[in-house]
Design a protein around this ligand. Structure first.
Ligand SMILES: Nc1ncnc2c1ncn2[C@@H]1O[C@H](COP(=O)(O)OP(=O)(O)OP(=O)(O)O)[C@@H](O)[C@H]1O
Ligand SMILES: [Mg+2]
Length: 374
């Protein structure tokens, strides 16, 4: 869709199928400890909790039989509590940590079959990481930090500084090019980290809790920066966080991990409206549902006299916006797609969402999806 997705990003194979996933991960395990190979696929061990496994075998299954795909152009969020395996997972994607078993492909290419040179290419050009602790070079200026990735790619000085200048502007650091990292605030330092990653024009940006060291306001700023970059460039991102509101704000889809395994993978709306288990339910308990759930999920079938009247809303309108529309008009609104009325929302439907009340039998998730699919 954009320059970022059309380019080959330094990898030898040409134009990529936009529908093909960027990353495809299957049955991935990373086990730390003695004789780690014996753990994946062993049914007896699979039944044990992380603590039991550690006690029995001395091994930690940091990533436990995980499968997922990262679609081209999406922000794929990995969320979970401390120790749930997020960093291990993202590092195995470029084999900064070698997986114990399973498969990983990027653009259909087997990452586990890559030789040293190809791996270097993968880490330097095709992907770029942004870390929590910024990872900047203290004795270099902002500009030279941003240009660093281009330098190790072998780009000449004038060219890389020109490129770095553009990126510095893009992330709002103009005027600070000659400062050292220690002369910057935390938020500014992380902008340098982000700029350095963007400078190499990677196919995928990998973020490992990049904003968790920042105070809330700066953090919000940086999140908006990521949203903006994503909107403007359509770049694929894997974003790790343990912060639910960050995950909801940024994620097209969220994968929730616990104890190395995947508990749920879905859109923010799916996760909030339909938590897979008690653990997820607990996680999303305090989320303002009206800001995540859309009228497609909240609507009920229209009565015969309702289908022709009432303001029209698109199916992905958030409940919070529908509340305003319904309050304004004083009557129900129709949910309309391609000129067809899919259903209606009224005061009671919208309030039920806010209150987190399980909607009646005619509006279960399954039915909502069926209606939507017609
Ligand atoms: N090199 C290692 N050797 C042994 N165990 C490890 C190693 N690295 C990580 N672990 C263990 O693997 C599990 C997952 O760790 P990981 O760093 O991936 O978690 P995380 O979700 O990123 O946590 P955090 O939010 O604190 O960064 C933890 O139990 C951790 O102790
Ligand atoms: Mg981590």
């Amino acid at each position: 869709m954009t320059a970022a997705t059309e380019k080959t990003h330094g990898s030898p194979e040409a134009a990529k199928d936009p529908a093909a996933p960027v990353f495809a991960v299957r049955d991935l395990w990373k086990v730390f400890g003695p004789k780690a190979d014996r753990i994946p696929g062993n049914k007896e061990y699979a039944a044990l909790s992380g603590a039991e496994l550690r006690e029995r075998t001395g091994c930690t299954a940091a990533v436990r039989d995980v499968s997922f795909e990262v679609k081209r152009g999406e922000v794929f969020v990995v969320m979970g509590l401390s120790g749930s395996g997020k960093s291990t997972l993202v590092r195995t994607l470029t084999r900064l940590i070698e997986p114990t078993s399973g498969t990983i492909a990027i653009d259909g290419e087997d990452v586990l079959a890559m030789d040293k040179n190809r791996l270097r290419e993968l880490r330097r050009r095709q992907t770029a990481m942004v870390f929590q602790n910024f990872g900047l070079l203290p004795h270099r200026s902002v500009l030279d930090n941003v240009a660093y990735g281009l330098e190790i790619q072998g780009m000449g000085k004038a060219e890389r500084r020109a490129k770095a200048l553009q990126i510095v502007e893009k992330v709002g650091l103009q005027g600070l090019e000659e400062r050292r990292p220690t002369q910057l605030s935390g938020g500014q330092q992380q902008r340098v980290g982000l700029a350095r990653a963007l400078a190499v024009d990677p196919e995928v940006l990998l973020f490992d809790e990049p904003f968790s060291a920042l105070d809330p306001l700066i953090r919000r700023d940086m999140q908006e920066e990521v949203v903006r970059l994503h909107r403007e460039e359509g770049r694929t991102m894997v974003f790790i966080t343990h912060d639910l509101s960050e995950a909801l704000r940024l994620g097209d889809r969220i994968m929730l991990m616990r104890d190395g395994g995947v508990v749920q993978l879905g859109t923010p709306e799916e996760i909030v409206a339909n938590p897979a288990d008690e653990y997820v339910r607990d996680f999303v308990r305090d989320v303002p549902r009206e800001q995540v759930i859309s009228v497609r999920r909240a609507m009920r079938p229209a009565d015969s006299d309702e289908a022709e009247s009432g303001a029209a809303l698109a199916p992905d309108t958030l409940v919070v916006d529908a509340i305003e529309a319904v309050a304004r008009s004083g009557e129900h609104c129709r949910v309309v797609e391609n000129g067809r009325t899919l259903g209606v929302v009224d005061h009671s439907r919208l309030l039920a969402v806010v209150a987190g009340i399980d909607e009646g039998p005619d509006t279960t998730d399954t039915e909502g999806k069926e209606v939507a699919a017609v």
